[in-house]
Design a protein around this ligand. Structure first.
Ligand code: ZN
Length: 160
């Protein structure tokens, strides 16, 4: 059975950056399941997987345009340290949810000064090329619920 829109695919993947540093990978006992064509994974990887079968291995080099998009420097902002709760331990790498123009936005603290804190609302992988090494381990038809919800249930997917 080939991977096509509307089918559930299960994959093992390793994601590396331009320097070959591993950014993310599926754990051996928990491969990733997703609904193909539903925007569950980045478009560049989805494109590369179309038509693949169980046992196929592939690599996909994905540009930011087909991954998490370009970086927007206007999403990097300085806020007064006093805007944070008093006594809060603010450290670089911390993430929190802020109210953006288009709804909730996850922002990361990138620098902490005495008076100012720098926050970055870009996705951590925005502006970066992504290199995937993938093995297809299962392809199946979705259940009715999965098709209706637009995502996979059970192992590797949503639990509800
Ligand atoms: Zn669901």
């Amino acid at each position: 059975m080939e991977i096509m829109d509307g089918r559930v695919a299960t994959i093992h993947y390793t994601l590396t950056d331009d320097d070959g540093i591993v950014i993310d990978k599926s754990s051996p006992e928990a491969p990733l399941s997703y609904l193909h064509g539903a925007g569950n994974i980045v478009p560049g990887l989805e494109n590369a997987l179309t038509g693949k079968k169980v046992g196929d291995t592939l690599t996909a080099d994905v540009t930011p345009e087909l991954a998490y998009g370009p970086r927007h420097e206007q999403l990097v902002q300085q806020v007064a340290r006093s805007a944070f709760p008093e006594g809060a331990d603010i450290t670089p790498g911390m993430q929190f949810e802020a109210h953006g123009e288009h709804g909730p936005l996850v922002v990361m603290v990138t620098e902490v000064g005495d008076e100012q804190v720098t926050i970055d609302g870009n996705h951590p992988l925005a502006g970066r090329n992504l290199h995937f090494a993938v093995e297809v381990v299962e392809v199946r038809e979705p259940t009715e619920d999965e098709a209706n919800h637009g995502h996979v249930h059970g192992p590797g997917g949503a639990h509800h």
